[in-house]
Each structure stands twice: as structure tokens, then as C-alpha cells.
Design a protein around this ligand. Structure first.
Ligand SMILES: O=P(O)(O)O[C@@H]1C[C@H](O)[C@@H](CO)O1
Ligand code: HPA
Length: 315
């Protein structure tokens, strides 16, 4: 059977309508239903023989976080049946797993972005897989452009909330079929970036003598960067930085009952004046993220040690 026939058959069963009438997220969520995602998780489980408790998503240029894993092993996304592929420079397309400071960790060296052509539901498929593998908490990282003039290139910013026009305007990964085994139809997201975990992260930052900032992550769909007017709009509405990922991932993690903590590395200053030079360049962003990643790695490593000191964090 042709793939398009199969998709039409699945969608027809669920909605009794042709796929052409539905949004991409609805089609993705009908196709990647609980059973399909369970079989992906089972495929991985059978190969890794390992039960991770912490998931880490590495942002652009931040994949070296995985080298913190002492006995690191890998599984390529490309080998996993029906799993998407990473297509962006700075995103390897590998699950790295093993123990990090004695806690079982699985690290995504590579994420999926809506601008690659994936629906937000497909971009967040890995979060559902992580949930089924046994993960309780995810640490999400990203490279972001600084909007707030108080942020400098190289700063680390703990995310306290997000403001996402794509999520507010139907690029929401939870659109369409809902399976209560993952989470509820309507999801409260006002404490998505867990307050207690943020306090723990700040404590870690202090003890490591790091100047950890805190702020709001603004999301655009990309791949074009923001215009000056876009940036001013986000800044005036409370965003401190801007990026192209994280908010849909955090939404699905929260929906699945995973605890979320998220960090941005500020890799460039976004133009907020009409005659300013536009410095946004992806190769430069990856270069800066790699150069400045050491502090993020130190912080994540110490944070995981702290999580290990109280079993309630990973319940
Ligand atoms: O995957 P992240 O969010 O770290 O990557 C950022 C946002 C875009 O994907 C890209 C823009 O340069 O870097
Ligand atoms: O300036 C930016 N804009 C959007 N996404 C980004 N990711 C890193 N820097 C940026």
C-alpha cells in the first residue's frame, strides 16, 4: 500500500474525512498514535537495555553536553523505524545514553524544528518516546538571540516562561487526536518551567559562581530570523530572547507529565533598532554556542548531581 493511502486510511478511521481537510498536526497525531509511539519506544528499549530517568535536548551547537556521560553509548535516529531525521547544522541526529553523575540519562544530540518541514506534533514526538522509556524530567537547551538589552552574547538564561505566536495560532503539537494515556485534552501550562526546579538551578548557578540570568523565551517559527518590528513586538510583550524551538517541546513534556527545566545560551544580539546591522547567522550562532557551552555543561552536570540527592525530583 502507498504511504499516502495508509495515512488516508488511518485518518478516515479517526475522523471519517479525507486527510486533505485536516491540519498537519492532526494528521501527525492520528498517524503517530499511542500504539505506534509505543512500538518506537519498545524498539529503542530492546536495543539500549537501559531505563533513563532524565532526558536532555541539546540545542544548536550544544551537543557536547552528551560528553558528560561517563559510559556513553549511542543510537542513530536514522536507524529507528519511522523516526524523523535531523537536517540542521549543529544537530547530529543521535540519542546518547548512559550514566551522568550516577543518574541514567538519555540525551538528544539533535532536535526537530518546524521550519525543517516537520509539524510541531512531529517535532515533539521524541518527548512522548522519552516518556514511555521512563524519563521523568527533561532539561531542554537552545541557542537564542538576546532581545533584552541587559543580555549579552554568551549569557546563560534560565527560561521562566515562553511567549509563542506559533503555539497561539494553531501550530500547537496537541492539536487533533488525544490519547489520555499520554495526557489530558486541555493542559494547564502556567507552571510549565517548574518553579522549584528553577530555584534549584539558581542555587546551582550560585554555587558554581555563574551569572545565571532568568527570562522569557519568545518563539518564532523560522527559518527566517525576526524583523526589527517582530523583535520589538516580542520585547514589548515580555520576551527577553528569541528562538525557534523549545516552547512546543516544553508544552508536550508538560502534557505528558514530565518536569521541565530549560536553558538558553544567548548567541547573538537581535536588532531592535531599524538602522542596526543584522548579525544573525546560523554558522556564527553554532560557533558561539560551542565556544560558550562550557558553562552550560558545568551547570547541567552540577544540577544533575543535585537531582540525585533527593529522589523526589525524579518521581
Ligand atoms: O535548536 P535551537 O533552538 O538551539 O536552534 C536555534 C534556533 C534555530 O534552529 C537556529 C537559528 O540559527 O538556532
Ligand atoms: O536571533 C535569533 N533568532 C531566532 N533564533 C535564534 N537562535 C539563535 N539566535 C536566534
Amino acid at each position: 500500500m502507498e504511504n499516502s493511502d495508509l495515512i488516508n486510511q488511518i485518518v478516515k478511521k479517526e475522523f471519517n474525512l479525507p486527510a486533505e481537510l485536516l491540519s498537519q498536526d492532526a494528521i501527525t497525531n492520528a498517524y503517530y498514535n499511542y500504539d505506534k509511539i509505543s512500538s518506537i519506544a519498545k524498539w529503542i528499549e530492546e536495543r539500549i537495555h537501559f531505563k533513563p530517568r532524565i532526558g536532555i535536548i541539546c540545542g544548536s551547537g550544544l551537543s557536547d553536553i552528551a560528553y558528560l556521560i561517563a559510559d556513553k553509548q549511542e543510537i542513530q535516529y536514522a536507524d529507528i523505524p519511522e523516526f524523523p531525521r535531523s537536517t540542521v547544522h549543529g544537530h547530529k541526529g543521535v540519542f546518547a545514553y548512559g550514566n551522568l553523575n550516577n543518574l541514567p540519562v538519555i540525551c538528544m544530540q539533535g532536535r526537530f524544528h518546524p521550519y525543517e518541514g516537520y509539524s510541531t506534533a512531529l517535532c515533539t514526538l521524541p518527548l512522548k518516546v522519552l516518556k514511555l522509556l521512563g524519563v521523568k524530567l527533561v532539561i531542554i537547551t537552545n541557542a537564542a538571540g538576546g532581545l533584552n538589552p541587559s543580555l549579552s552574547v554568551g549569557d546563560l538564561m534560565l527560561i521562566k516562561d515562553h511567549f509563542s505566536l506559533p503555539l497561539l495560532s494553531m501550530q500547537n503539537p496537541l492539536v487533533g487526536h488525544n490519547d489520555e494515556r499520554f495526557g489530558p485534552r486541555f493542559v494547564p501550562v502556567s507552571n510549565i518551567y517548574d518553579k522549584k526546579l528553577r530555584a534549584l538551578m539558581h542555587k546551582c548557578g550560585k554555587e558554581l559562581n555563574l551569572d545565571l540570568k532568568e527570562g522569557v523565551y519568545g518563539t518564532i517559527s523560522g527559518p527566517s530570523y525576526e524583523t526589527v518590528t517582530d523583535s520589538l513586538f516580542y520585547l514589548k510583550n515580555g520576551a527577553d530572547c528569541v528562538g525557534m524551538s523549545t516552547s512546543h517541546e516544553a508544552t508536550v513534556a508538560c502534557y505528558c507529565g514530565l518536569k521541565v527545566v530549560a536553558l538558553s545560551i544567548i548567541t547573538d544580539k537581535v536588532a531592535i533598532e531599524y538602522d542596526a546591522e543584522d548579525g544573525s547567522d546560523h554558522n556564527e550562532i553554532v560557533k558561539i554556542a560551542k565556544l560558550k557551552a562550557k558553562d552550560a555543561e558545568k551547570l547541567v552536570s552540577y544540577f544533575i548531581t543535585q537531582l540525585g540527592m533527593d529522589s523526589r525530583w525524579l518521581e
